[in-house]
Design a protein around this ligand. Structure first.
Ligand SMILES: *Cc1c(COP(=O)(O)O)cnc(C)c1O
Length: 349
């Protein structure tokens, strides 16, 4: 098997792949790919998946979990539409490419989208301070993990206005205090399941309060009222996400995953910091545990290093074109032995 350090879609546990493959052939006498989303069997899967998200993240009472489509890219717009309030003004912390897109979609929803902090000046290689949060805004939006730049918030921004977070690339990687958020959303394909589903965790008291007229599909209240079955949901993606959630819960939950992720990150960052051939590309205090970005200190070694990791069965290590260098994405299902394989190759350069 290959060591998949790709940034997404992500690796999932082998056990989940096997169960998913079996269900393609036989899910109670039908293929999971042909089963009606209104059948009792699938409704049960959807309900279980929503419950398992609550279990895994310890979601308090008063929140609704939804599995929709459109990816986090539609989430940017859904967030803005649903949380538009009397100010028609929203604050964003801009920490990267995806955060920039969120700002853009906020404006597309008709809001005045203001960046109260940004790390664009240094190519998004750090998390900016966000002390000054105005109060004449409808919500504050941030991106907990910046998949491309390789930075991650270590604390939740403090604010009195509704807090919204795009957690696409670090949800389920560690415990989170959901009660601090009014909306969390995440594309499934980074840490939860296959592409196709987008997870929303929304505070019930916020539903139906928007000051904008919201097209039906973009209205979270519409989906909540229909138990995440307003239209045909991404059946296979929800099914596999649920398999992965069950796997997670059976294996110690997000607490155990967080320990594993810390061990993987420590191992790789330690090599980057101690091997003179490499250097990290982000500020040390803001380093992501999920997406590790680094580069060679001597570009003339590129060809040799690229051959070494390609021959070593490693894939997905090439950095995003906007950053260059290398990016090792280490989502939950990537095992420590894959990181050990990469570190061994780095040592041999
Ligand atoms: C991948 C990613 C996105 C985009 O997700 P899509 O599901 O492809 O729309 C948005 N935000 C973050 C943080 C991501 O990592």
């Amino acid at each position: 098997m290959k060591h998949n350090f790709g940034a997404g879609p992500c690796i999932l546990p082998q056990e989940v792949f096997k169960e998913a493959a079996a269900a393609v052939l036989d899910f109670n006498g039908l293929s999971i790919l042909e089963v009606s989303h209104r059948s009792a069997d699938f409704v049960k899967v959807m309900e279980e998946a929503r419950e398992n998200v609550k279990k895994a993240l310890n979601v308090p009472e008063g929140y609704t979990v939804l599995f929709l489509q459109g990816g986090a890219s539609l989430g940017f717009l859904i967030a803005a539409y649903n949380f538009a309030g009397k100010h028609k003004r929203a604050a964003y912390i801009n920490t990267g490419t995806w955060a920039t897109n969120a700002v853009k979609e906020g404006a597309n929803a008709g809001l005045e989208a203001i960046e109260i902090a940004s790390s664009k000046d240094k190519g998004f290689n750090y998390i900016p301070d966000f002390n000054e949060i105005p109060d004449d805004i409808d919500f504050l939006h941030y991106t907990s993990n910046n998949t491309i730049a390789g930075t991650q918030f270590k604390t939740i921004p403090k604010t009195d206005v509704p807090l919204i977070c795009d957690m696409s690339s670090d949800i389920f990687s560690q415990p989170i205090d959901v009660s601090k958020f009014d909306l969390i959303y995440a594309g499934a394909q980074k840490n939860l399941g296959p592409a196709g589903a987008t997870l929303y965790i929304v505070k019930d008291s916020a539903l139906g309060k928007s000051t904008l007229h919201i097209p039906s599909y973009l209205d979270l209240a519409v989906h909540a009222k229909k138990d995440s079955m307003f239209n045909t949901p991404p059946v296979f993606s929800v099914f596999v996400s649920n398999l992965n959630l069950k796997y997670m819960l059976k294996n110690g939950g997000v607490e155990e995953i967080a320990n594993k992720n810390q061990a993987k990150a420590d191992l790789l960052y330690n090599e980057i910091d101690n091997n003179p051939n490499f250097e990290g590309t982000t500020e040390v205090k803001d380093r992501s545990l999920m997406n590790v970005t680094f580069r060679l200190t001597d570009e003339s070694k590129k060809e040799r290093f690229d051959k070494l990791w390609n021959d070593g069965n490693i894939i997905g290590l090439k950095g995003h074109r906007s950053v260059g260098g290398y990016r090792a994405s280490m989502y939950n299902a990537l095992e420590l032995n894959s990181v050990q394989a990469l570190v061994k190759i780095m040592k041999s350069l």
